[in-house]
Ligand binder design. Sequence first.
Ligand code: AMP
Ligand code: ZN
Length: 141
Amino acid sequence: MTHPIDAACIFCKIVAGQIPCFKLLEDDNTIAFMDINPVNPGHALSVAKGHWPTIDLIPPPILADVAKTAQRVAKAVSKELKPVGVNLLQANGEGAGQSVPHLHFHILPRVAGDRASLNWAYKPGDMAAIKALCERLKAAL
Ligand code: AMP
Ligand code: ZN
């Protein structure tokens, strides 16, 4: 299936290799990488390779692939980091807290008492720590 591209989109640029990411895995229709503004350590994203902004626009087979990649990452997060729980979150539209209009699932490991909410502010993470977590999770995939 052809993947639409929006040249101005940050995730399309990551898919194209034009900007770097802490990559966990990649297959025909999906890519997974670490979120650089993590709510908690190990926060990762499962991203469609094409530019489909929201759930109503993405072809169902691609959505299934993005969900499968999210499952793979969630399993690695659970195995390696042993969080108290893991949320999968997928936002549609600014009103839902979506800041990058290119379909993705958050894989969000939970920390006891973190009071994580649906709409969080971007807070840049420590890049060395994110890289180290990426290596650990890759080994656990
Ligand atoms: P959302 O707000 O649900 O659209 O989620 C977008 C997520 O992408 C946010 O959690 C950002 O921290 C994350 N993000 C934005 N730019 C990058 C990037 N260059 N590399 C990794 N994650 C990013
Ligand atoms: Zn895009």
